[in-house]
Design a protein around this ligand. Structure first.
Ligand SMILES: [Zn+2]
Length: 149
């Protein structure tokens, strides 16, 4: 486990990587990023939310990122981002998770680089991309974005 509720296995899991035979193990040099993300952002969110959080995509090796159409500078490749959603994956439940994240960020209890509402509708996002600052991406404080279809 990385923290009480987040494991290395779920941060490296990918059906696409398995199908294509990619080794999606997080390199040792990038593990501190994932530990930072889980310890200082995801676990505090989980504790405030009080319910399971599903990780749809954590780390992506460069080949996996390309295979899933990720942007070329994706923070998934530096193990400093995760796409998360609620257990039910209903938009309204994802919205509840979003609201908790924004509340924590506004209260200064978590420090992110980006928090992105990904697709969905006005009811809620399909998933939430959450990323921390790392050594190779420009530093930001809680940049909140919405990506629409
Ligand atoms: Zn993402």
């Amino acid at each position: 486990m990385i923290t009480r509720n987040f494991s290395w296995a779920e941060m490296q899991a990918s059906a696409t990587a398995r199908r294509k035979g990619f080794d999606n193990t997080i390199p040792a040099s990038l593990r501190p990023n994932m530990i930072n993300l889980c310890t200082n952002v995801l676990q505090p969110i989980r504790d405030a939310y009080g319910k399971p959080i599903i990780v749809g995509s954590g780390y992506r090796c460069p080949k996996l990122n390309k295979a899933v159409g990720g942007v070329s500078n994706s923070q998934h490749m530096t193990a400093s981002a995760a796409d998360i959603h609620s257990l039910s994956d209903r938009l309204s439940d994802n919205r509840e998770l979003w609201d908790i994240i924004i509340t924590l960020a506004n209260a200064g209890r978590i420090h992110c680089r980006q928090i992105i509402w990904e697709y969905g509708t006005l009811t809620g996002p399909d998933w939430i991309h959450i990323a921390i600052n790392d050594a190779i991406h420009s530093h930001r404080e809680n940049q909140i974005l919405t990506i629409e279809r």
